[in-house]
Design a protein around this ligand. Structure first.
Ligand code: OSB
Ligand code: MG
Length: 361
């Protein structure tokens, strides 16, 4: 039995800008667990800085190494792992990396693909694109390219003060497309007049306009806008999802298994939201091929009803650490059919991309 954590560094094809910063490469913790002739993988969605959420690669490394790895030796089921780690407050991204690794491990042991273990499936994920903040002309070009490739929904990253021009220009050029905007928490209720001006562009939703952990002000905002609110950052647990739906803080939830502590909680949030008439889709955190494969598996569930941010690997990377990257056909991606997450690791590129390795046991 062995467990190691690698910090890998893979350059992006192009910088990715959100309202909280610009990233030019993915620096990810990739987990590898080996037992009973099975090699299982996981990826932590943290990056170098605590800007999307409070976790970063260093806090996640600490939590995984010092608090979660000892539990991994027992090879618990994902459900048992969630129970065992309930007393560790927060640190969902660190927990999710191990929880999903356990899904991979147990699925591989039983010889089936993860998406089959998760629940009833559509057999494919419907795919949208998330476009980083860029100049208007460039964005228009990227939208046009994305539509040519078959993407089913376009999400524009927006920032305070530059939202109206970009959304208006894209809407004017593409009157019919399914369009959304993601603010990554850059507004407050004082910006209500500004946000009202987005109402006429027929967005399918406005993602996380207010505080990263807020529910109450989002509920207030939702009453003032006709555009539905989608929450991402604020939905940090099953309880938060329940509360958000109950007070009307959102109609749509961006499910990131990495933010919610893994698949077990994500399944609960998806069911809860759909039962209450809400909609769900699967987000992304610029994952390598390993994390991407987990997301695509979840996005192929029947319960997931909106297109997600599960682009094929080559949207972000010229070369990835897997040799079987996803291909998108008419805006759909099929989850891997092989046992577990079904990725084949590019051993050479993985070791070339590894900055540091920690052998935990
Ligand atoms: O808010 O959805 C977000 C990337 C990094 C951090 C936060 C977000 C994003 C994205 C990219 O929107 C989605 C993707 O992986 O394609
Ligand atoms: Mg988001």
């Amino acid at each position: 039995m062995s467990f190691k954590i690698r910090l890998v560094k893979i350059p992006f094809l192009a910088p990715f800008t959100t309202s909280f910063g610009t990233e030019t490469e993915r620096r990810a913790l990739v987990l590898e667990f080996e037992a009973d002739g099975v090699r299982a993988f996981g990826e932590c969605v943290t990056d170098e800085g605590p800007y999307y959420g409070y976790e970063d690669n260093q806090t996640a490394l600490h939590i995984i190494r010092d608090h979660l790895a000892p539990l991994l030796r027992r090879k618990p089921s994902p459900g048992e792992f969630v129970e065992l780690t309930e007393r560790i407050r927060g640190h969902n991204m660190a927990k999710a990396a191990v929880e999903m690794l356990l899904w991979d491990y147990h699925s591989k042991r039983s010889g089936r693909a993860i998406f089959r273990a998760l629940g009833p499936t559509k057999g494919h994920a419907d795919v949208g694109i998330s476009l980083g903040i860029a100049r208007t002309e460039e964005t228009i070009g990227r939208v046009s390219q994305a539509l040519d490739r078959g993407y089913k929904r376009v999400k524009l990253k927006i920032s305070r003060g530059r939202e109206h021009q970009i959304v208006r220009s894209v809407r004017d050029s593409f009157p019919e497309i399914e369009l959304s905007a993601d603010a990554n928490s850059c507004y407050t209720l004082k910006d209500l007049p500004r946000l009202r001006r987005l109402d006429r562009f027929g967005l399918v939703y406005l993602e996380q306009p207010l505080g990263h952990d807020d529910l109450l002000d989002h509920a207030r905002l939702a009453k003032e806008l006709s555009t539905p609110i989608c929450l991402d950052e604020s939905i940090s647990s099953v309880e938060k999802a329940r509360q958000a739906l109950e007070i009307g803080a959102c109609k749509v939830i961006n499910i990131k298994p990495g933010r919610l502590g893994g698949f077990t909680n994500s399944l609960k949030v998806a069911k809860l939201a759909r039962r209450r008439g809400g909609h769900v889709w699967v987000g992304g955190m610029l994952e390598t091929g390993v994390g991407r494969s987990f997301n695509v598996s979840f996005a192929s569930l029947r319960i997931v009803d909106y297109p997600g941010d599960t682009s094929p690997n080559d949207k972000y990377f010229a070369r990835d650490i897997v040799t079987n990257p996803f291909e998108m056909v008419r805006g759909q991606i099929s989850p891997n059919q092989e046992p577990g997450i079904g990725v084949e690791i590019d051993e050479g590129f993985l070791s070339e991309s590894t900055v540091e390795t920690w052998k935990i046991f």
